[in-house]
Design a protein around this ligand. Structure first.
Ligand SMILES: [Zn+2]
Length: 234
C-alpha cells in the first residue's frame, strides 16, 4: 500500500459519483475537481487536469506538496490546484474540497444570489449563509484571492459567480455530502423563489444558537487536525 492510496481511491469514488450524478455539468467533459489533504497535513491529493472521469484510475491522481511540487502522478494536476491549496492553508478544519458545476447552485451563482439558512441540517453541516465569490477566470490567481477573501466565515460551501460551487469538510465524505446538501437546498430555494411567495428562514434565536454551536465545532475540528499534524499525522 502506498502512502496516498486511500486518498486516491476515495477521490476516484467521489468524483465518479459526482460525474454520474451530473455535478460536473457534463458526463463527457472534464470539469470540476476533487482533493483530499493527506494525514501529514501539508500534502494534498487532487484529480488531474483534462482527464475524463470514466477513464480515470487511482494512479492518475496527483500528489502535491504545499509548495505545489508534484510528488506523485504523471498527469498535470487540475488547473484549480492552487485554489485547493489556499483553502487548506486558510482553513485547518478542512481536509477535503469538492469543486463542481452543479445545476441549481450554478443558477444562484449566475444570479448572484446568496443561499440563506432554510434547514437546520444544512445550517449545521454547511453554515448560516452560502455566499457568492466574485467572478475571476478559472485557474487564475485572482480567483484564488477571491475565494480566500470569503473563507473567514467558516462556511463549508460557496457559490462561484458565473462558474459553479465549492464544497469542503472535515473529511471527503463530509465535503461530498455538503455538495449534495448544497444542491438540495439550492434546488428548493430556486423553486421557492419562482413561486413569487416569500421564503422563510430559520428564526433568529434558533439560528444564533446553531451558529455558535457550529463555530465551536469548526474550531474544535481545526484544533484536532493541528494536534494530529504536530504529532506527525498519526
Ligand atoms: Zn470549474
Amino acid at each position: 500500500m502506498g502512502t496516498y492510496d486511500e486518498c486516491k481511491a476515495g477521490i476516484l469514488q467521489c468524483s465518479s459519483w459526482l460525474c454520474r450524478q451530473g455535478y460536473f455539468g457534463t458526463l463527457q467533459g472534464t470539469g470540476g475537481n476533487v482533493s483530499v489533504r493527506a494525514a501529514s497535513g501539508n500534502v494534498f491529493v487532487i484529480t488531474p487536469s483534462g482527464r475524463r472521469y470514466e477513464t480515470m484510475t487511482p494512479d492518475d491522481m496527483c500528489v502535491m506538496d504545499f509548495d505545489m511540487k508534484q510528488i506523485e502522478g504523471s498527469l498535470a494536476p487540475s488547473v484549480e490546484a492552487a485554489l485547493h491549496l489556499r483553502i487548506y492553508q486558510s482553513r485547518p478544519d478542512v481536509n477535503a474540497v469538492v469543486h463542481t458545476h452543479q445545476t441549481c447552485a450554478s443558477v444562484l451563482a449566475v444570479t448572484n444570489t446568496a443561499l440563506p439558512a432554510m434547514f437546520d441540517e444544512v445550517m449545521v453541516s454547511i453554515g448560516e449563509l452560502i455566499e457568492v465569490i466574485p467572478y475571476a477566470l478559472s485557474g487564475s490567481p485572482e480567483l484564488v484571492d477571491n475565494v480566500a477573501s470569503k473563507l473567514g466565515n467558516l462556511c463549508n460551501c460557496y457559490l462561484m459567480q458565473n462558474h459553479g460551487a465549492l464544497s469542503m469538510g472535515e473529511s471527503l465524505d463530509k465535503a461530498w455530502l455538503n455538495a449534495e446538501l448544497l444542491e438540495k437546498a439550492a434546488r428548493i430555494y430556486c423553486i421557492a423563489l419562482a413561486t413569487g411567495n416569500g421564503v422563510t428562514t430559520i428564526p433568529a434565536p434558533i439560528l444564533n444558537d446553531l451558529v455558535a454551536l457550529r463555530r465551536e465545532m469548526v474550531r474544535g475540528a481545526a484544533r484536532a487536525n493541528e494536534a494530529r499534524w504536530e504529532s506527525g499525522g498519526r
